[in-house]
Design a protein around this ligand. Structure first.
Ligand code: NAD
Length: 443
């Protein structure tokens, strides 16, 4: 089948590569010409395990192509995927500028039946806006061409995106007629073989499903962080509580790790956007507001602990930061807790020496050269002369460090563990002052 994908970011590129991998002909379109010229040379602009090989192999086989020519994209595929960004606008609602700009391009250049598939995360009612946009451009052109609009939200996780796309837990498709439903079922057939994962529904429900999924996961995280904050105050250990409740099959273990809050390009903006959608429709969503507020405070909870430890004065202190990406296995620093922590430290006059296995270039792009930031190539280098270590992202490589080196390099053995990756008893035995989330400090 011939597929066009607008947007070659985390979602568009993975979608394109995976559809090509199962034999489709895919044309990826992006308005970022530099990104397209890099992709044509086989350079992958993002870090995503397995993606580079898949893109290079499918490009070599001629099944995966790239262009910045929008008209070429519209002419190419029966299936026209929209996988562009939907960032928050000033009031937190989803900014649909890019989505509607693609709809406009499709209306402008189509000359035959097309299925327009919205893969971007968009508020309920966006499919109607896309349809209206295409119809208005067709009317301007004085032509009448048949098309369908489908909602097909994406549930992949950065860091495991290929696996999520190739072996999805569910394929949610919002349609308004049986013909498109069957075409989408066929398109997704290769990813739906072992058992039925194709869940067809009406368009608005599909649009809401994506927000409901992300809001539910964000709620679990904020809920657990709240329990951690209570545990700290009442003298309980949230790790014990986590094991105690996770073993209840109705609750389960995923997404109940306490930490320094959720980040990334999805949860923060999607929780906000759903809350704004609810408000627009006259509903005051108290749970979503609380999820967001708890997360905001949680991102700074590690800095609060540092301030307390250093008797209210972080000025002149140097803090080693391990982990910049919003989670392991990605270089994505959008809304990452590390950013709030680093910026809070700077605002209090502290300096930062940071390491991340893959996000150093991204940090350099975001912050440029600064006197109060050193980006280093090895975790141990960050420790030299630092007053404390803060673990912000739970990369595997941080789990078993050389604690002797850590002790000898830090000016004093203090760890602020924002991901609870070390054992408090062991830290105590090793002579560290150890702060974590929801567990009492061990000195
Ligand atoms: P991204 O920012 O990585 O990529 C978006 C791409 O779209 C950019 O390369 C940009 O240049 C391009 N673009 C913008 N306007 C365009 C246009 N008119 N024509 C062609 N290309 C255009 O974004 P992303 O992380 O891939 O997210 C895309 C959407 O998918 C968002 O709505 C997001 O919420 C959703 N989503 C993201 C994830 C994730 O883990 N990143 C997971 C599921 C869903």
């Amino acid at each position: 089948m011939k597929i066009t994908i607008f947007g070659s970011g985390y979602v568009g590129l993975v979608t394109g590569a995976c559809f090509a991998e199962v034999g489709n002909d895919v044309l990826c379109v992006d308005i970022d010409e530099e990104k397209i010229s890099r992709l044509k040379k086989g350079e992958i602009p993002i870090y995503e395990p397995g993606l580079e090989d898949m893109v290079i192999e499918n490009s070599r086989e001629g099944r995966l192509k790239f262009t910045s020519d929008v008209a070429e994209g519209v002419a190419y595929g029966l299936f026209q995927f929209i996988a562009v960004g939907t960032p928050p606008d000033e009031d937190g609602s989803a900014d649909l500028r890019h989505v509607l700009s693609v709809a406009e391009s499709i209306g402008r250049h189509m000359d035959d039946y097309r299925i327009i598939i919205d893969k971007s995360t968009v508020p309920v009612g966006t499919a109607d806006l896309v349809r209206d946009k295409v119809l208005s451009v067709l009317a301007e052109r004085n032509v009448s061409i048949d098309f369908d609009v489908v909602s097909n939200p994406e549930f992949l996780k950065e860091g495991d995106a290929i696996n999520d796309f190739m072996k999805p837990e569910r394929i949610v498709v919002g349609v308004d007629n049986p013909r498109t439903k069957e075409l989408l079922r066929t398109l997704y057939g290769p990813f739906n073989r072992s058992h039925e994962r194709f869940i067809a529904m009406d368009i608005r429900s599909a649009e809401l499903t994506k927000y409901a999924a992300n809001a539910m996961l964000a709620t679990k995280i904020s809920f657990m962080n709240e329990i951690a904050n209570i545990a700290e105050r009442v003298g309980a250990d949230v790790e014990a509580v986590r094991r105690g409740i996770g073993s209840d099959s109705r609750i389960g273990f995923p997404f109940i790790y306490p930490g320094v809050g959720y980040g990334g390009s999805c949860f923060p903006k999607d929780v906000q956007a759903l809350e704004r959608t609810a408000r627009k429709f006259g509903y005051d969503s108290r749970i979503l507001q609380a999820v967001e507020a708890v997360n905001h405070d949680q991102k700074l909870s590690l800095v609060d602990k540092m301030r307390d430890h250093f008797k209210g004065d972080l000025k002149g202190k140097t803090i080693a930061i391990w982990g910049l990406a919003f989670k392991p296995n990605t270089d994505d620093m959008r809304e990452a807790p590390s950013r709030e922590i680093i910026e809070a430290l700077w605002s209090e006059g502290a300096k930062v020496r940071a390491y991340d296995p893959v996000a150093i270039d991204e940090a350099r792009r975001i912050y440029g050269e600064r006197d109060d930031l050193e980006l280093l190539e090895h975790p141990d280098e960050t420790l030299k002369g630092a007053d404390a270590l803060a673990v912000v992202t739970e990369w595997m490589v941080f789990r078993s460090p050389d604690f002797d080196v850590m002790k000898s390099e830090l000016t004093s053995p203090v760890i602020f563990d924002g991901r609870n990756i070390y054992n408090p008893d062991m830290m105590e035995q090793l002579g560290f002052t150890y702060y974590s989330i929801g567990r009492l400090p061990r000195c």
